[in-house]
Design a protein around this ligand. Structure first.
Ligand code: CP3
Length: 356
């Protein structure tokens, strides 16, 4: 059975399923707020740089033992309440036929960007066997993590489309929007294909035993609410609603999305990830009273003196009380220069200050 979610029921009795993370995502009572950090596995950790040395990023993502080791590093070091699978949002499109690599300090770079219908033919559907190393890594990790939940993830259609169309990171997303406005049929065909690939990629992770999934639409904040609803929401909704029977909470995250929070919730999220620009209690007014929130300390605050960090963490916790559940996180990923010891202190502070 590759297209149904029955396999996910097998891990429902696991301790990770009753973890603080899953409880908070479901708006159930927790003894203290769970905390993890986007990009917690990565270049802020010396032990990461050591095991990654000389191995290109995509190659690293294809080695299950290495994936497991890098995923576990921040759990061991910081005592975070969740692990996030070490991989990248472009992994499934690389396996679905797109020639790309991940350039250190730059991000994903696509050899031949997708601009035409003929280009689109190069992007084929993802077969679960294309990413069997992901299945293997998830199973290894679930075994090693015990009661600590593993978060699976994927990139949302808009953010993936932007990399494929632009050929790399973009500040304006000009070529992406040119296709969206100028060739809406091609745009929707591309996003529909990406949504299928993303859904299949997440299903592999759910069958492997992840306890929650996060859909990263990092660059969706570049859009107005009207354009998001017209050009993007149906495709992200296809992914999120496709997992509605999977038995795992779905976190939907983007950056600069103050104008999109209602729509991103409506797309089928159980939890809405909020960046640092919008206070969580303000965000709740848009997200609605039935969903949990995740966020939202500014990653740059971690470079401030400890009393400032402390004040900001307490503020985020206070604002998060407006929601039925709050998963403490940053408002975007850990920056590479962050002092790892500060992250550890933040974990302890969140645990102590949110105890109830
Ligand atoms: O969160 C985690 O710790 C899990 C691992 C993870 C990575 N990428 C590892 C990675 C996750 C969840 C991602 C998601 C991802 N990748 C996103 C969405 C999240 C976000 O930041 O908005 C995006 C947009 C990408 C694309 C991408 N991949 C970028 C922008 C970069 C950074 C380029 C750089 O070097 O500054 C990457 C590379 C990448 N992905 C690294 C890691 C650890 C760095 C690779 C290295 O160490 O050389």
């Amino acid at each position: 059975m590759t297209t149904t979610m029955e396999g996910s029921a097998a891990h429902r009795d696991d301790p990770a399923t009753d973890s603080l993370l899953v409880r908070a995502c479901r708006g159930r009572p927790v003894p203290h707020s769970p905390v993890w950090f986007m990009r917690q596995a990565g270049r802020s950790l010396p032990e990461y740089r050591k095991v990654r040395a000389g191995i290109p990023m995509l190659e690293a993502c294809r080695r299950p033992e290495l994936v497991a080791e890098v995923t576990l590093q921040p759990v061991r070091r910081h005592g975070v309440d969740a692990a996030i699978l070490f991989s990248d949002i472009v992994v499934p499109v690389a396996e679905a036929g797109i020639d790309l690599h991940i350039e250190p300090g730059v991000g994903p770079v696509v050899a031949e960007p997708i601009r035409t219908q003929a280009d689109l033919e190069r992007l084929r559907p993802l077969d679960p066997t294309d990413v069997s190393y992901i299945d293997e890594a998830v199973r290894l990790l679930v075994g090693e993590l015990g009661a600590t939940p593993l978060i699976g993830f994927a990139g949302a259609p808009f953010t993936l489309a932007s990399y494929l169309i632009e050929g790399g990171p973009s500040r304006t997303h000009a070529k992406t929007k040119a296709m969206m406005y100028g060739e809406p049929e091609l745009w929707h065909a591309l996003c529909a294909r990406l949504a299928e690939i993303t859904l299949e990629f997440l299903r592999v992770q759910v069958r492997g035993g992840v306890s929650a999934v996060q859909l990263f639409d990092s660059w969706a904040g570049a859009l107005s609410d009207a354009d998001y609803r017209r050009f993007v929401l149906p495709h992200s909704a296809h992914v999120l609603t496709g997992l509605s029977g999977a038995g795992v909470p779905r976190i939907h995250f983007g950056v600069g999305t103050a104008q999109l929070l209602t729509a991103m919730a409506e797309a089928g999220a159980d939890v809405v990830g909020v960046d640092w620009r919008t206070p969580l209690d303000t965000a709740m007014a848009q997200i609605g009273p039935e969903r949990a929130v995740q966020g939202n300390l500014d990653p740059c605050v971690l470079f401030a003196p400890w009393p400032v960090i402390q004040r900001e963490v307490l503020r985020v916790l206070e604002e998060g009380r407006a929601a039925p559940g709050h998963v403490f996180n940053l408002g975007h990923g850990v920056l590479p220069d962050t002092d790892p010891d500060v992250l550890t202190r933040v974990v302890t502070l969140v645990h102590e200050a949110s105890a109830r």
